[in-house]
Design a protein around this ligand. Structure first.
Ligand SMILES: *Cc1c(COP(=O)(O)O)cnc(C)c1O
Length: 460
């Protein structure tokens, strides 16, 4: 056994891996190999035996400037020598203050509340919204509206607004389900309809729902521009403008979940700041790229109006939610270094050029005759693949690994969301490898079986 096999075997004995049917990793007959990673640098993940994989999905969408970035590493080492951690109840420290000030300056929203993961940011935003209405004497306003195909994390509260059956079904009895409004997904355009028409149609349905249910609704929660987890569904920015108008008109909060799309991924620093929308939510959830992919940290930003509804002599009117590691100094310091990199490298404008170059490199894939709905939003590229293979995702991922590529299609949606630092040669490796992996996967199709492009979310 080589070192890779060694770590694989030990991991399968000791670790319960996320988002995984463990039997698929079975040493004999398992369809999905477990990949031990020894170290990572830039866009590359290296195993123990000299093989390397280009991280085409930024390690679940968290990485922005490549792995092991020296600037983030140095900031973390410095912080480790200064202050590792202190509880944030009753105490404060420079990294959390500076990070909160900077996030506020970038979003126009203040009083950052911290959690450790995306799902905890969702929980915080939902609890804060409902508690705000309670403090305002509107006790009935305690339900939520999510968007079809939405994903906001997998704790029990977040599952209530996550519309992905595979993730939710087993826990249905535990979940207090939110209402679901139609998705503005541009792929739903009828002949002659534009993406903006689909968005208007979805907004009209939400309007009708809120007209009847605003009294019991605390907030609408949505992912601006791209619903990533359900297969990179993209929509027209007019939907965001309509969301803002509807939430104002019906007096419900607008929670925007930018956990996946924040920090320059979609073309502007935050997706809701895009041309054609340029709105401000009542709550903004951030995580993933916040620390450049180094440490878990999430933040919920909100308005002064919400903050003031909690400010009182009565302790119980305060927001008493907490996590042990709330505002961890190391994670905040990594986030500050990440914000520095975004500024110093002019990441948002550079991404526009990088994405254009990548789009040209990926053109042969986009033009493949099995591709449907080729689409892009900033540094997120997606293609639905018409294939009869029910396990297209796993088969493709395996061929991609053989090409030295980490790509995990979501159902029949192939996508890439690479680190911002991907250079021309690496872009070629990504584009050629993805095309070859697609050809190899399609070559495995048997005869018969209708081609389909939606296959659930297998493979996230
Ligand atoms: C990943 C994700 C979450 C959940 O974040 P975790 O850190 O995995 O809990 C929530 N919302 C969106 C849009 C995400 O992409």
């Amino acid at each position: 056994m080589g070192l890779n096999d060694d770590w694989r075997a030990r991991s399968l004995k000791a670790v319960w891996h996320p988002c995984t049917q463990m039997k698929l990793h079975a040493p004999q007959g398992g369809a999905q190999p477990l990949i031990p990673v020894a170290r990572a640098s830039g866009v590359w993940l290296h195993d123990h035996e000299g093989r390397r994989y280009l991280d085409g999905i930024s390690s679940w969408w968290v990485n922005l400037f490549g792995h092991n970035h020296p600037a983030i590493r140095e900031a973390l080492v410095d912080q480790l020598h200064t202050l590792d951690h202190v509880m944030l109840a009753g105490f404060t420290h420079a990294p959390v203050v500076e990070l909160s000030e900077r996030l506020s300056a970038l979003t126009g929203l203040g009083h950052a509340f911290y959690g450790s993961d995306g799902a905890s940011a969702t929980e915080i935003a939902l609890k804060m919204s409902a508690h705000h209405w309670r403090n305002a004497g509107r006790l009935g306003k305690c339900r939520f509206v999510g968007i079809a195909g939405g994903y906001h994390g997998e704790t029990v509260g977040a599952l209530a607004v996550t519309d992905i059956a595979l993730f939710r079904e087993a826990y249905a009895p535990l979940v207090r389900l939110a209402a679901t409004a139609p998705s503005p997904d541009a792929r739903q355009a009828e002949p002659g309809e534009s993406a903006a028409d689909v968005a208007e149609r979805a907004a009209a349905a939400l309007d009708a729902y809120l007209a009847e249910h605003a009294n019991e609704t605390a907030a609408v929660i949505a992912e601006p521009l791209v619903q990533c987890a359900s297969g990179m569904a993209m929509h027209d920015p007019i939907y965001l403008r309509r969301l803002r108008e509807l939430c104002d008109r019906h007096q419900v909060h607008l929670v925007l979940d930018e956990i996946a799309v924040g920090f320059g991924r979609t073309g502007t620093l935050f997706a809701h700041q895009c041309p054609g929308a340029d709105i401000r939510p009542d709550f903004l959830c951030l995580s993933k790229g916040l620390t450049g992919g180094t440490l878990p940290l999430s933040a919920v930003l909100t308005t002064d109006a919400v903050y003031e509804a909690f400010y009182d002599d009565d302790v119980a009117r305060g927001f008493l939610h907490s996590h042990s590691y709330t505002g961890n100094p190391l994670a905040c310091r990594a986030a500050l270094a990440t914000l520095d990199l975004i500024e110093q490298t002019d990441a948002v404008s550079r991404n526009i050029a990088t994405a254009q170059r990548l789009a040209a490199q990926l053109a042969p894939l986009t033009q493949h005759d099995r591709v449907r709905h080729a689409r892009r939003q900033g540094m997120i590229f997606a293609w639905d693949i018409a294939s009869s293979l029910p396990d297209f995702s796993r088969r493709f991922a395996r061929h991609a690994l053989a090409e030295g590529l980490l790509l995990r299609p979501i159902g029949h949606t192939l996508y890439t969301m690479p680190p911002y630092v991907i250079d021309e040669e690496e872009g070629d490796h990504l584009a050629r490898g993805a095309l070859r992996a697609l050809q190899a996967t399609l070559a495995e199709e048997g005869t018969g079986g209708a081609a389909h492009t939606r296959g659930g979310v297998d493979g996230v």
